[in-house]
Design a protein around this ligand. Structure first.
Ligand code: WTA
Length: 639
């Protein structure tokens, strides 16, 4: 069976079948993958506990699907094209055959270092091919990877290592991003002061920044590879995994508390990422596909590594940033490697658009046939610029809506098959059953309506639990509305039945496409010794989509507000990472609270947006006077 849907009519029929008979549908899709043993049961589920099991009884290893099965016919096809940060450094290409060899080699390194099936491994690496190799090596031997984005602080790494009880960390001396050399190993060293479970650190050489190597704990990647070579480079057969064995943990922010470890399992995730990748992008053999995300986020996991590789695609990964050496870097890469499919985030599009057309005019982008966006709602202006300037009006744009928890795309156009409308994710992919509900969980039917977006039936790529705390998973996603998975997003369905995601309805911010919980930022700000209390909200930001606005009550003994702002920013960078630094900090003497002590964020959001004409009912506030003071302060801050 051909996995790809070829026409809109085909989509409609496939969708119909997938909803009427989901088990038969997904079993048919799963037949396109390599299983050592087939399943006894396609699906067993309830959203109450929740319990979600796909392809129970099946045995597989995802790396056999991503590597081994392509070797005979497509061993020389490039699997990974790597473009370095510095355009003057040579790029690298790893064919499927070469990638498999390297993955087997590093799998043996992990085994030599005592890693066994089920162990948790923290990976904190820059965007180099060794990151892909490390991820796949874990999967090959059944170790559970937990990749931490290189922008997170030592404290964030420590929290994640401790939560998952990781035994081993894979990092590098440093990483290049634009003109910066980020000292990754040094950050890991700071983290490990708090981590008792870590026995071994494998350190890759990338920047050759001086690093401290601790005897008995730290070893060089290159030395460990040499050891495997002197052992004669034995193959490393893939470990046989159950479909429902854990594949990885990836931490993500929610509206409360610390980030939680979203757990994905081997079988369903493989089927779902492969199916959605090949369909949404209509990938054709030989095409070069370039996703600009970092593998530290779900987009990189699903759509740089697992989805494309399970489909035998050529996946281009980029170490640097879109604006260095100048804002034409992505277009240079497209030209150099004849990129056919480009998948990026609205925030990148907006920043490159703002840099001016001179960086794109004159670049040969004729290889591009399909475009994609992800991570946040895309505004119409950016959509049209992307369409005209990058796609020359000929490349369909797939606006893919999904989440860390969903594993893969849920609502998205299929390139060239589904019609597109700027700002719309359009229609659910096969197997996905979205519904809109009101505050009370009542379904909102019909078209030209909006509500909270839920999904009423499982799909193979959905999260199974949150690491070490199943109850938290239930509460976060399955308790708001009975028998529904709640996404946390607001959504409208227009008169044609097309879906448009309007943004988070909970206390989660989306800053440059990165998810950050307001509570998380508040906790970090409150760590600063001068801070008494704070409240964080999002506000519209021209490039980032949302900016972080912090209202802070500080003790009075400091005099230099600007310096205190910098101190607070430094504190947030230390506790979470630079990505969570507030864009604006306003000092206030009080916060608008109800008599029961609840902060009225609705009011703060309005003030942060600069829309104070209608703040709604403020009579229930403990001290209504504080609102006027905050309004005045906000105007002053805007200048
Ligand atoms: C938002 C990223 C509008 C949404 C894959 C979601 C989007 C959150 C889109 C998940 C889109 C993602 N249009 N909003 N195409 N894609 N979002 O877990 O609010 O980092 O809930 O996964 O990003 O972010 P996450």
């Amino acid at each position: 069976m051909d996995l790809q849907i070829k026409s809109f009519e085909d989509y409609q029929n496939t969708y119909q079948h997938s909803v009427e008979n989901p088990e038969a549908f997904w079993a048919g899709i799963a037949e396109n993958f390599y299983w050592r043993r087939k399943w006894n049961n396609v699906l067993d589920w309830n959203f109450k506990e929740p319990k979600i099991k796909w392809f129970e009884g099946a045995k597989l290893n995802i790396t056999e699907n991503c590597l081994d099965r392509h070797i005979y016919q497509h061993g020389d096809t490039p699997a990974i094209i790597w473009e370095p940060n510095d355009p003057n450094e040579a790029h690298r290409v790893l064919t499927y055959k070469q990638l498999l060899d390297k993955v087997e080699q590093f799998s043996n390194v992990l085994k030599n270092n005592g890693v066994r099936k089920g162990d948790r491994i923290c990976i904190y690496l820059p965007m180099v091919p060794e990151l892909v190799i490390a991820v796949l090596a874990c999967a090959r031997i059944g170790a559970i990877h937990s990749v931490v984005f290189g922008g997170f602080s030592a404290q964030s790494i420590a929290d994640r290592i401790n939560d998952a009880d990781c035994r081993l960390v894979i990092t590098s001396d440093g990483g290049f991003r634009g003109t910066k050399d980020i000292e990754l190993k040094s950050i890991v060293d700071d983290a490990l002061v708090q981590c008792k479970s870590v026995e071994r650190v494998i350190v890759l050489t990338r920047t050759r920044t001086p690093v401290s190597m601790i005897k008995g704990r730290d070893v060089w990647w290159e030395d460990e590879i040499k050891k495997v070579e002197t052992q004669g480079n034995p193959p490393c057969p893939a470990e046989e995994m159950d479909a429902e064995d854990m594949l990885f943990v990836l931490y993500t922010s929610g509206s409360t508390g610390k980030p939680k470890g979203v757990v994905h399992t081997c079988g369903g995730y493989m089927v779902y990422t492969g199916y959605t990748f090949t369909n949404a992008f209509q990938y054709q053999p030989g095409e070069v596909y370039f996703c600009t995300a970092d593998i530290g986020w779900i987009t990189g996991h699903s759509y740089i590594v697992y989805g494309p590789l399970s489909q035998g695609a050529t996946s281009l990964m980029f170490e640097g940033i879109p604006t260095w050496p100048d804002a034409g870097r992505l277009w240079d890469i497209v030209e150099k490697h004849h990129v056919n499919i480009l998948y990026t985030a609205p925030t990148a599009i907006r920043s490159l658009m703002a840099a001016g057309d001179s960086y794109v005019d004159g670049k040969n982008l004729s290889s591009i046939t399909k475009l994609g966006t992800v991570g946040e709602p895309i505004n119409e202006e950016a959509w049209h610029w992307y369409d005209q300037k990058i796609g020359h009006g000929k490349a369909p744009i797939v606006d893919t809506w999904w989440q860390t928890e969903t594993g893969g795309f849920l609502i998205s156009p299929i390139a060239g098959v589904t019609p597109t409308v700027p700002g719309y994710a359009m229609l659910p992919l096969p197997g996905v059953q979205p519904i809109l509900v009101d505050e009370n969980g009542k379904e909102i039917t019909g078209n030209d309506v909006s509500g909270n977006l839920c999904i009423k039936f499982p799909w193979p790529g959905m999260l199974r639990t949150t690491y070490g705390d199943h109850e938290r998973c239930r509460q976060t996603y399955f308790s708001a509305y009975e028998n529904l998975y709640f996404t946390g997003d607001g959504c409208l369905r227009d008169e044609n039945g097309y879906y448009r995601i309007t943004g988070r309805v909970d206390d989660v911010l989306n800053v440059s496409g990165h998810r950050i919980g307001t509570a998380e930022v508040e906790n970090a700000i409150n760590m600063h010794s001068d801070v008494i209390e704070s409240a964080v909200v999002g506000y519209p930001h021209a490039v980032k989509g949302q900016g972080i606005y912090a209202f802070v009550i500080a003790s009075q003994h400091h005099t230099d507000e600007e310096l205190t702002r910098l101190d607070i920013n430094k504190t947030v960078s230390r506790i979470i990472g630079a990505i969570a630094k507030p864009d604006k900090i306003q000092f206030v003497s009080g916060l608008p609270k109800t008599r029961s002590g609840k902060i009225m964020r609705r009011i703060l959001r309005k003030i942060a947006e600069g829309d104070t004409s209608n703040l709604g009912d403020t009579t229930t506030l403990l001290d209504p006077g504080v609102v006027d003071e905050i309004k005045e302060g906000a105007e002053k801050l805007r200048g």
